[in-house]
Ligand binder design. Structure first.
Ligand SMILES: [Zn+2]
Length: 312
């Protein structure tokens, strides 16, 4: 095996033991050798239980501490299989599918596995989009389009940011936003788009401040409506996301978890041309061992808190 397994057989051959999985995660987490997460020291004792103890500050850690695998009761080999399966589903993984394929005991267990992995589908410090992007909002979770600034009942407002690659969509970002105010829009654009980028929007006044934020802002449509007549690339992305939510997840995504699902969708979409499934597997594991950043870690904890019967 080179960087990642090329098929299921290679996966099973290479990751049948806990030790093999840990070694692989070690390489992903510390490609340039161990660094103490507390003091950045490089020298370490390896303890009998597989923990590491820093020779500088005596901090004890393990290869899975601070990652999505922390505190898991399942063998890493099982996690690797789940991740392999998740990344090989063309249209995304559903809890029902996971339960069926892996013979898991309950839907809730399968659901909990997937939710633990979703935060890893967005890499902390993720690159901001650049070049030319289209930005528009849409409502998810409801049938009818609504008016801006008036919050539509039972729907979540989602900002779609799509890179233009000629007439095709490049990379995307999807953000749930509280409302279509200038504050919400500018914050979401700032988080996802690099300054200097050409940003195309419609004529909604909430976008008026983008120029002052360092973007080459271009109004390409005068409308103020929201929902139906999106900018073309945003429209295409919105349709795909809606189909995905309605198909793979049969519309059963609650608002409180919508961000997770959008992150998963983004992860897949931005890697849709990856020729190798193994590469997706590698990327997901790689981000799973990057220390989970605070926002997501809090969300993960609250998910865990609500599902005490299904400890991972
Ligand atoms: Zn240390």
């Amino acid at each position: 095996m080179e960087l990642y397994p090329k098929d299921l057989k290679e996966l099973e051959q290479n990751f049948s033991t806990e030790e093999a999985c840990r070694q692989y995660l070690f390489q992903l987490r510390w490609p340039d050798g161990f660094r103490c997460p507390a003091c950045n020291h490089a020298d370490v004792w390896v303890l009998a239980d597989g923990m590491f103890k820093c020779k500088g500050c005596k901090h004890k850690t393990s290869v899975i501490a601070g990652t999505v695998f922390e505190g898991t009761r399942k063998p890493l080999a099982s996690w690797f299989r789940v991740i392999w399966w998740v990344t090989s589903q063309k249209n995304g993984a559903s809890a029902l599918g996971l339960k069926r394929i892996l013979g898991l005991g309950s839907y809730q267990t399968a659901w909990a596995w997937l939710h633990k992995l979703r935060p890893a589908m967005v890499r902390p410090g993720q690159e901001r989009l650049s070049g030319v992007v289209q930005v528009d909002e849409t409502y998810l979770g409801g049938a009818k389009p609504g008016k801006r600034g008036r919050g539509a009942e039972g729907k979540a407002l989602v900002l779609i940011i799509a890179e233009e690659k000629g007439r095709a969509v490049g990379r995307i970002r999807l953000r749930v936003i509280a409302d279509a105010s200038a504050d919400s829009l500018e914050a979401a654009v700032h988080e996802t788009v690099a300054p200097g980028t050409r940003v195309k929007t419609d004529g909604w006044r909430g976008y008026n401040g983008l120029k002052a934020q360092g973007y080459a802002h271009e109004v390409v449509r005068k409308t103020e409506d929201i929902g139906e007549n999106l900018l073309p690339l945003c429209h295409r992305v919105a349709s795909l996301v809606k189909r995905w939510l309605g198909g793979t997840h049969q519309g059963a995504v609650s608002h409180e978890h919508l961000s997770y699902y959008l992150d998963e969708y983004t992860f897949r979409f931005n890697r849709r041309t990856s020729r190798s499934r193994g590469m997706l597997f590698y990327r997901l594991l790689q981000s799973a061992v990057v220390v989970v950043h605070t926002g997501y870690s809090e969300m993960t904890h609250s998910v865990r808190g609500r599902k005490p019967k299904h400890k991972m």
